[in-house]
Design a protein around this ligand. Structure first.
Ligand code: ADP
Ligand code: MG
Length: 380
């Protein structure tokens, strides 16, 4: 067990890392963050912020020398970086697990090899792969295998010609071509798995997206008990097959009542933000616990919760840059506002979120959606 006042290392300085730092601090640990952005949200509150690239081996040596263990909040940290650090200190999750989650081709093959339900797809590495792709995949979505997020690096295509065009726009980068599914809704499972193999799942969340970016999470999800059980069972199987240690997010499509895995995130998940305000242990505390080898906490959800993301466009609602009027949100009973301290509000950038909690899930949802509209988020 790694106990306070030990120092933990975090690769990545985004909002997920910031909450890890806060959870670790509450528990008596120190945290060093490595992130190239001098204004990164986690770096701002860390005990030390190494402003360096993920491939900067001088900085990695320093991190390895001062930290008792290291984790990540950003799935695109090079697997080689995790491998390198693991020669000196424990690194969780392992490079092998992260490498699968950060490459859509490896991820789909992992799902297929392990008999985990997923949608129809083809691996696209050449024009020929598109010509050979089955007619039944169309309409489809072409996704670059690496470095896509928030719907970036994706193109909806009606047929092979459009797929070819999109593939060329992506400069021939390896891709997956997925059948465009008609979704009943989307859910996610966030879980934590410890070194001893113990797994604790948070209740299933229900997610809606806007322009490819998570907009609202309703927890628990309005899914059937069977769907919720199945989602948790599948997520546990994935964690076990990956030999995963840490907090893991698994996204699902619900398609004609059936659960299909969309993708995995080898880190806390944005759909798990409400665990801070609505669960006995947050997903970030679980990440600290798994990394430090402590027993995992109780994931019990004590309040119904709805999380709403606050994106950068809110800062420029009427064509000039201004701070939204937060007093509107603070007037809502049961609402907690979270802002990440990000420097500049670009459209689509996750600047913060709010969580509404309460006893009655219907009231909580109504309040959250009314607050979302009042602050100026409107459906397209
Ligand atoms: P990201 O890494 O950006 O989260 P995803 O693959 O999860 O990428 O896609 C973002 C969102 O786009 C999904 O949550 C879903 O709403 C929609 N989407 C992606 N792939 C499909 C698909 N094959 N069929 C239907 N909707 C999809
Ligand atoms: Mg996704």
């Amino acid at each position: 067990m790694i106990l306070p006042p030990a120092t933990l290392g975090m690769l990545g300085g985004g909002q997920l890392g910031r909450y890890f730092v806060a959870a670790a601090h509450e528990m008596g640990y120190k945290v060093w963050v490595l992130d190239p952005d001098p204004h990164s949200p986690a770096g701002l509150i860390a005990d030390r912020h190494l402003v360096a690239a993920y491939e900067d081996y001088v900085a990695l040596d320093e991190l390895g020398a001062h930290c008792a263990a290291v984790t990540t909040e950003f799935e695109n940290v090079p697997a080689a970086t995790l491998d390198y650090l693991s020669k000196f200190i424990p690194v969780h999750p392992a490079a092998s697990a992260v490498a699968i989650c950060q490459n859509r081709i490896a991820e789909k093959r992992f799902l297929a090899d392990n008999g985990i339900p997923h949608g129809p797809f083809a691996v696209i590495e050449s024009d020929e792969d598109i010509r050979a792709s089955s007619e039944t995949l169309y309409p489809a979505v072409l996704k670059v295998a690496r470095f896509g997020y928030d719907g970036k690096g994706q193109s909806r295509v009606a047929n092979r010609d459009e797929a070819l065009h999109a593939f060329h726009q992506f400069k021939g980068e390896p891709c997956v071509l997925e059948k465009m599914l008609t979704l009943d809704f989307e859910v996610s499972v966030v879980l934590a798995r410890s070194e001893s193999g113990a797994v604790r799942c948070f209740p299933v969340g229900e997610n809606s997206h806007r322009n490819g970016i998570l907009d609202v999470t309703i927890a628990p999800a309005r899914a059937t008990p069977t769907q919720r059980d199945q989602a948790q069972t599948i997520a546990c199987r994935i964690a076990e097959s990956l030999g995963y240690i840490g907090t893991l997010g698994v996204e699902f499509f619900v398609c004609r009542g059936e659960l299909l895995v969309n993708e995995m995130a080898p880190r806390p998940h944005n759909s798990g933000h409400h665990t801070i305000d609505a669960c006995a242990t947050s997903q970030y505390e679980q990440q600290v616990r798994a990394l430090a080898g402590l027993p995992l906490g109780e994931p019990r959800q004590h309040s119904a919760a709805v999380m709403v993301h606050l994106l950068g466009e809110l800062w420029s609602a009427d064509d000039h840059y201004r701070e939204p009027d937060w007093s509107v949100l603070h007037a809502v009973p049961g609402l907690r506002l979270h802002l990440y301290g990000k420097h500049h509000a670009r459209p689509g950038r996750k600047m913060g979120h709010f969580t509404v909690t309460g006893e009655d899930p219907v009231v909580v949802l109504e309040r959250a959606l009314a607050a979302r509209a009042a602050i100026g988020i409107h459906d397209a």
